[in-house]
Structure formats: structure tokens, C-alpha cells
Design a protein around this ligand. Structure first.
Ligand SMILES: N[C@@H](CCC(=O)N[C@@H](CS)C(=O)NCC(=O)O)C(=O)O
Length: 213
């Protein structure tokens, strides 16, 4: 799969989700930086890739995609035989599909709100809202209680091996681990062990290193 371009920013969680998937599959790609500070993502030509004006945008030949999770699904389906096997078959795939949805519908809204309040607002000179933090830490605890039960039945969310369901968590999970909300993870031993395991992947370290460049 040659000629992949990811338009985005190394600090963007949604961009990181696509990059770590490409790394797991061992694919070459070009990361084309989008200058969000100057609003490049709200202007052409970027809008021709993502009309919603958000990173990442993805190009493979004449195919243009947006929405990080749709992009990772394209990459994994097209490259089933390469790198880490991030999908499975039949009933196992059905279970994996459940956890892909759980990440997008239950984990992401709460985790991204916490990261917005605690990481990004101060970065942009805005004040963290402690009430929003408290409310979302309580919500996160409820979500992670379900994860704790799941992870006492299988090593990873989708089953016994690392899959796309785990991978999709990496960017927001990493930020949570770096700040006060880590306590919600640490209070749940299976979740804490899973989080330590998946964030220790070499592919993820490579993506984080891009951010630090
Ligand atoms: N659901 C989208 C979310 C994309 C998204 O929220 N991107 C953020 C950066 S992580 C962005 O572009 N923010 C700037 C904006 O919304 O104007 C995806 O997964 O690709």
C-alpha cells in the first residue's frame, strides 16, 4: 500500500490514532503537517479532504478519507496479512465490534472532555473547569468499571490479543495517564495493567516521539 498521506498534527489524538495503526501494520506513510494555529484545517485545500475541517485527513491515491476510526478500518482491512493482526473473524469479530463502539460511544466522549479540561484548555490559555472535571471523572469511573469486568475475562478488550479496539484507546488513554485522572485508572487493577501494557507498545512510542520532535 504505497503513497499514503496523513494530513494532521502529531499532537492531535485523532491523528495519532491513524499513525499508530500504520505503525502496527508496518506501512510507509507521509505525515503532512496541518498548521492548526493558523487555521489551515478550516481552509482549502484541507476542506476538500475533510469538509468538517478537522484533522486527520487521509489520502491513498485518489481515495480521500476522514474520521480516524474509519481510516484505521480501511488500513486494517486492506492490509490484513501485514504487521499486527488487528481484526478477527466471525463471532470474535462481532465482539471486537462491540468494543470498537464502546470506545467511540462511551470512552471517547468522557476521556476527551477530561483531556480538553486538564491538558488542552491550559495549553490555549483557558481555565480548567473543576466541576466538569469532577463530573467526567465520575462518568469515567462508571465506564471503567465495565472495562474492569471485561478485562478480568480476557487480556484485551476484543479478546486474547491486541486489536483495533485497544489501539483506538491509545491517544486519549495516554493523556489520562499523564494527569490527575490517572487515579481513576489506577483504582482498577485490570484496567491499570491493560493501560500499562498497550501504552508500552513500541509502535506507540514511535508515534509519541513524532510529537516531541
Ligand atoms: N471524530 C473525528 C474527530 C477529529 C477531531 O476532533 N480532530 C481534532 C484534533 S484531535 C480537531 O481537528 N480539532 C480542531 C477543530 O475541531 O476545529 C476523528 O476521529 O477523526
Amino acid at each position: 500500500m504505497a503513497g499514503i498521506k496523513v494530513h494532521g498534527a502529531a499532537m492531535s489524538t485523532a491523528t495519532q490514532r491513524v499513525l499508530v495503526c500504520l505503525e502496527e501494520k508496518g506501512l510507509d506513510y507521509e505525515l503532512c503537517p496541518v498548521n492548526m494555529a493558523t487555521g489551515e484545517h478550516k481552509k482549502q485545500p484541507f476542506l476538500s479532504i475533510n469538509p468538517f475541517g478537522q484533522v486527520p485527513g487521509f489520502e491513498h491515491g485518489d481515495l480521500k478519507l476522514f474520521e480516524s476510526r474509519a481510516i484505521t478500518q480501511y488500513i486494517t482491512h486492506e492490509n490484513a496479512q501485514k504487521g499486527t493482526n488487528l481484526l478477527c473473524q466471525g463471532k470474535e469479530m462481532a465482539i471486537l465490534g462491540v468494543w470498537l463502539e464502546v470506545e467511540a460511544q462511551k470512552f471517547e466522549p468522557v476521556a476527551s472532555k477530561l483531556n480538553w479540561e486538564i491538558v488542552f484548555k491550559p495549553m490555549f490559555g483557558m481555565q480548567t473547569d473543576p466541576a466538569a472535571v469532577e463530573e467526567n471523572e465520575t462518568k469515567l469511573a462508571g465506564v471503567l468499571d465495565v472495562y474492569e469486568t471485561r478485562l478480568s475475562q480476557s487480556k484485551y478488550l476484543g479478546g486474547d490479543s491486541f486489536t483495533l479496539a485497544d489501539l483506538h484507546h491509545l491517544p486519549n488513554l495516554q493523556l489520562l495517564l499523564n494527569h490527575q485522572s490517572k487515579k481513576v485508572i489506577d483504582a482498577r487493577p485490570k484496567v491499570a495493567a491493560w493501560a500499562a501494557d498497550i501504552t508500552a507498545r513500541q509502535t506507540w512510542a514511535k508515534v509519541l516521539a513524532l510529537h516531541k520532535k
